[in-house]
Design a protein around this ligand. Structure first.
Ligand code: DGJ
Length: 761
C-alpha cells in the first residue's frame, strides 16, 4: 500500500542568543508491504529525505526520523550550514555537486562543462500496477530512432502492486528525474528505477545514473555478495561493514563470473531463519556497481545501478534516459525469507513466456559428450539411446555451423556445416523428432570469429578502435550490437535456421568480455554510450526472438554462468548456472545462486565422471539429486557411460518428474550451509500448501565422524504431522522444526532424498 500525507514539523533553535521557532511543511510518502515499511518525505525546499526502511510499522508519523530538529536543522533556519546539511542528511536520490560527498546517484556534464545537479521534489502520482520500462535511442547506422523494452518486473493484473512516481526537477538545467517505486505488497518487495528527461534546448551528458540509494541508520550490518570466477560462480561472501566504501561491480560488459549484481545488508545475528535482511538485485546484464558506504556519522549508504565507470549518455532535448530497475527484498525472518521473496517475484513477475510455469523438457546436451567432434550419425546415436531412457530433448551444442571444428572459427556464420551435419539440419531434427524427442540448438549471436565469412565481409561490425590491434579472447571478437544493421543481419540468420526445421529450444551463449570498446558507427561524442547501447542491442534481439517464437524455450549462458542476472531471466526462464557440473562444486554454486534466483531457473545437468572440470568422481545418484534442484538434464555421451549409470537414468527421470512441481513452485529452505560447514549440505523444498516437502542431503566429508546427523526442518505446518517416507517415521511439523530428525548418512559424496508427506487428520 502506498500513502501520501501532509504534515508539519516544528522545532526551535538558538540564533544569536535567542530561541526561535520554525515550522516545516512536509509531504510524506509511505510504502507498506506485508512485513516492511519504507518512508520518506519532501521538505518545503524540495529535498527528498529518507526516513525509514525496515520492519512493518503501525501508523506513527515517522517524520521525526528525518532529524530536522538536529543541527544543522533545515535550510529555512540555517542556510549558512547548507554544506553540513547536504553531507549528513539521508537522501532518496543524491546528486553530485552540492555538498553531499558520499556516493551519489546522479552526475551530469552540462553544456557549460559543469557537473553539478540539484534535483528538487516537484510532484507525485500513485498508480495501480506498474508501467513498462523502455529506452529510445538514435541508431547511427540506419539513421532511425529505435525503441527497446527494458527488462523489468511486471504486474500480473494491475492489482498485485502499486507504483509511486516522484517527479524531481533541476530548474537550472531543465532536467527532470522521475523516481519509480513499486510495492509488491504480498511479497515484501519494492522495486525502484529512475527516468531522466532533458527539457532544455541543448543536450546534456549523463555521467552517472544509479537506480537506488538507501541510507540506513547505523552501520552494524554484514554485507553479503556473490563472487567468483569461471566454474566457481556466485560464491557467497559475508563480512562486517567497515568505515568507507565496499562494493562489487563489473566493467566487462556483462554482469560477469566475478560478481553478481546482488548485495544484501543483514543484521549481524541474521541467519537463514532469523534476523533482518535487505537484498538488492539489479535487473541489468551489463556493467553494474553496488556500493555500501559507512559514513562519518556511522550511517550506511547503499547505492546500486549501471556502473558509472567509462559510462556516458548524451541526452538530446526532449529525450529520456531510463535506468534499469533494482529489486529490493526485505525479510525480518532471515536470509531464507529474503531469498523466497525473490524466488516468488521472479517466478511470477519477471520470467515470461510459454515455459514460465511448466516443467522443462529433460534434455541431453552433447557438449561434454563430444565437444566439437560430432556429426549427424553421432548425434542420432546419442538421441536413440537417450530416447529409450526417457530423455525428451537433444540439444546440439557448439560446432554445427560455418566450418567450426574448434573454437577458432566461424562465429557469425550461422549456416549449417554440411560436412558435420550431413543430410542437413532438417533431416537431423526430423530423425530426432521421429524418436519422440524435441530438438534444441546452440548459438553465440553476439560474437564474430576473425576466421569467418562474416568478418571477411564486415570487419567493421566488430567492436573495435580503428588503428588498434583488437584483443582476442577465445580467438573471437564481440559484434557491435549497438548497430541495428548488425543485429538485423544476425537475427535474420538465426531466423533462417529456426524456420528451416522444428527447433524448440535455443541455448544463447556469450563467451567473452568486451575490450577496446569502440564502434565504427557511433559519433565521437557518443562512443562511451557503447557499453550500455550494447546491452540494449542484446535486449532488442532477445525481445524479437521471444516475440517471434513464443513457444521456444530459451536458455541463457555465458561461458557457464557469467550472465546469471534478472535481465536475462526476463527473456529466458532458465540460465546455465556454471560450466562446473561436478556435484560437490555445484553445492556451493547452487547455494549461492539460490540466494536470489529460484531453482526453476538454474540449468543443472548430470555429467560424466571423472568430472571434466575438477576431475572428481561422485556417485551417479548424487549427480542426479543435485541436478534435480535445477532444470535437470544430461551432459554426457549416453552411448558410452557405464552400464550401471545408464540403467539408473530412467529412475532418475521418474524421480525428477515426481518432484519437479515441488522444486519448481515450492518454498526453498537452505538447511545446510556448505560455506560454513564443508562436511555436508542440505536443502528442502516445501509445497506452498505445506502438504509435502522434499529434503535433500549430501554427505561431503567425514562419514566416520557423522554416521548420523540431526536436521531441523523449518517451514512445515507446526500442528500437522508428516510422514518421512524413506525413514518410515511420522513427526509433527513443530517437532521437525525444533528438535529435528536424525538421519543416517552414507559414504562421502553420497546423497539422500526424503519425501515428507502431510498425514491426513
Ligand atoms: C560455454 C558454455 O558454458 C558451454 O556449456 C558450451 O556451450 C561452450 N560454451 C561451447 O562453446
Amino acid at each position: 500500500m502506498i500513502t501520501k500525507t501532509d504534515s508539519k514539523i516544528s522545532y526551535s533553535r538558538w540564533i544569536n542568543g535567542e530561541q526561535k521557532s520554525f515550522t516545516e511543511d512536509l509531504v510524506n510518502f509511505r510504502l507498506d508491504s506485508k512485513n516492511s515499511t519504507y518512508a520518506f518525505s519532501a521538505l518545503e525546499d524540495g529535498f527528498l529525505l529518507h526516513a525509514y526502511y525496515g520492519k512493518r510499522l503501525g501508523n506513527d508519523d515517522l517524520s521525526y526520523l528525518l532529524r530536522l530538529n538536529e543541527n544543522p536543522f533545515t535550510l529555512k533556519s540555517n542556510n549558512r550550514d547548507k554544506g553540513t546539511f547536504m553531507d549528513s542528511k539521508s537522501f532518496e536520490f543524491p546528486c553530485h555537486g552540492t555538498g553531499d560527498y558520499r556516493e551519489s546517484c546522479f552526475m551530469v556534464m552540462d553544456k557549460d562543462g559543469m557537473s553539478t545537479c540539484d534535483l528538487r521534489y516537484s510532484s507525485y502520482e500513485i498508480i495501480k500496477g506498474k508501467p513498462d520500462l523502455t529506452q529510445e535511442f538514435y541508431d547511427y547506422a540506419t539513421k532511425s530512432w529505435q525503441k527497446v523494452n527494458i527488462p523489468a518486473t511486471w504486474s500480473k493484473d494491475g492489482e498485485d502492486c502499486e507504483t509511486l512516481i516522484i517527479t524531481m526537477k533541476d530548474e537550472h538545467l531543465s532536467l527532470t528525474a522521475e523516481l519509480y517505486y513499486t510495492v509488491f505488497t504480498d511479497l515484501d518487495i519494492i522495486t525502484r528505477s529512475v527516468k531522466i528527461t532533458n527539457e532544455a534546448e541543448k543536450p546534456v551528458d549523463l555521467r552517472r545514473v544509479l537506480s537506488v540509494c538507501v541510507d540506513y541508520e547505523g552501520c552494524d550490518y554484514d554485507y553479503i555478495t556473490l563472487n567468483g570466477s569461471w566454474a566457481r560462480e556466485r560464491i557467497l561472501e559475508r563480512s562486517h561493514l567497515h568505515h568507507g566504501k565496499q562494493g562489487v561491480d563489473s566493467v566487462k560488459g556483462e554482469s560477469s563470473h566475478q560478481s553478481n549484481p546482488f548485495v544484501a545488508l543483514v543484521s549481524p545475528d541474521c541467519d537463514e531463519n532469523k534476523g533482518e535482511a535487505f537484498g538488492y538485485n539489479l535487473v541489468y546484464s551489463g556493467n553494474f556497481c553496488a556500493t555500501a558506504e559507512v559514513t562519518q556519522h556511522k550511517r550506511t549508504r547503499l547505492v546500486m545501478g549501471i556502473n558509472p565507470f567509462d559510462f556516458s549518455w548524451t541526452l538530446d532535448p526532449g529525450k529520456s534516459f531510463q535506468a534499469p530497475e533494482v529489486v529490493m527484498s526485505y525479510s525480518c525472518e532471515g536470509l531464507g525469507q529474503m531469498s523466497r521473496n525473490f524466488h516468488d517475484l521472479y517466478r511470477n513477475n519477471l520470467i515470461r513466456g510459454e515455459w514460465k510455469d511448466k516443467r522443462r523438457p529433460i534434455l541431453i546436451n552433447n557438449w561434454e559428450a563430444t565437444y566439437f567432434n560430432f556429426n549427424t550419425e553421432k548425434l542420432i546415436s546419442i538421441a536413440k539411446e537417450a530416447s529409450k531412457l526417457g530423455i525428451e530433448m537433444l540439444v546440439m551444442d557448439d560446432g554445427w555451423f560455418g566450418h567450426r571444428d574448434s573454437d577458432n572459427s566461424s562465429l557469425g556464420d550461422w549456416f549449417v556445416y554440411e560436412k558435420k551435419i550431413d543430410g542437413g539440419l532438417k533431416y537431423l531434427v526430423d530423425e530426432v523428432n521421429k524418436l519422440g524427442m524435441k530438438f534444441g540448438i546452440w548459438f553465440e549471436p553476439e560474437m564474430i570469429s576473425p576466421d569467418s565469412v562474416l568478418y571477411t565481409e564486415h570487419p567493421e561490425w566488430a567492436i573495435q578502435i580503428p588503428g588498434r590491434v583488437p584483443t582476442m579472447s577465445r580467438e573471437q571478437y564481440v559484434l557491435d550490437y549497438s548497430n541495428k544493421e548488425v543485429r538485423d543481419h544476425i537475427y535474420e540468420m538465426i531466423k533462417k535456421i529456426l524456420d528451416s526445421a522444428n527447433i524448440e529450444y535455443i541455448k544463447w551463449d556469450m563467451n567473452r568480455q568486451l575490450t577496446e570498446v569502440g564502434s565504427t558507427t557511433l559519433p565521437t561524442e557518443r562512443q562511451r554510450e557503447l557499453w550500455h547501447r550494447y546491452v540494449l542491442g542484446v535486449y532488442d534481439v532477445m525481445n524479437r526472438l521471444t516475440t517471434d517464437y513464443p513457444y521456444l524455450l530459451l536458455e541463457n549462458c555465458s561461458g557457464g554462468g557469467a550472465r546469471f542476472d534478472p535481465g536475462m531471466l526476463y527473456f529466458s526462464p532458465q540460465i546455465w548456472t556454471s560450466d562446473d557440473t561436478d556435484a560437490i562444486e555445484r553445492l556451493k554454486i547452487q547455494h549461492g545462486t539460490s540466494i536470489c534466483y529460484p531453482a526453476s531457473s538454474m540449468g543443472a545437468h548430470v555429467s560424466d565422471c571423472p568430472n571434466h572440470t575438477v576431475g572428481r568422481t561422485t556417485p551417479f545418484s548424487t549427480r542426479g539429486d543435485v541436478a534435480l534442484v535445477g532444470t535437470f538434464g544430461y551432459e554426457l555421451d549416453v552411448t558410452r557411460i557405464p552400464e550401471a549409470d545408464r540403467n539408473a537414468i530412467p529412475g532418475q527421470i521418474e524421480k525428477f518428474k515426481k518432484y519437479n512441481p515441488l522444486v519448481r513452485t515450492g518454498d526453498q529452505y537452505r538447511i545446510g550451509n556448505i560455506f560454513e560447514d564443508n562436511t555436508y549440505d542440505a536443502w528442502m523444498f516445501v509445497a506452498k500448501d505445506k502438504s509435502e516437502a522434499l529434503l535433500t542431503i549430501v554427505q561431503v566429508l567425514g562419514r566416520p565422524n557423522y554416521p548420523q546427523r540431526v536436521f531441523k526442518l523449518p517451514g512445515l505446518e507446526p500442528d500437522a504431522r508428516y510422514t518421512l517416507e524413506e525413514l518410515d517415521i511420522t513427526l509433527s511439523g513443530e517437532t521437525l522444526e525444533n528438535a529435528g530428525v536424525a538421519i543416517e548418512m552414507y559414504g562421502d559424496f553420497s546423497s539422500r532424498t526424503i519425501h515428507l508427506v502431510k498425514v491426513r487428520k
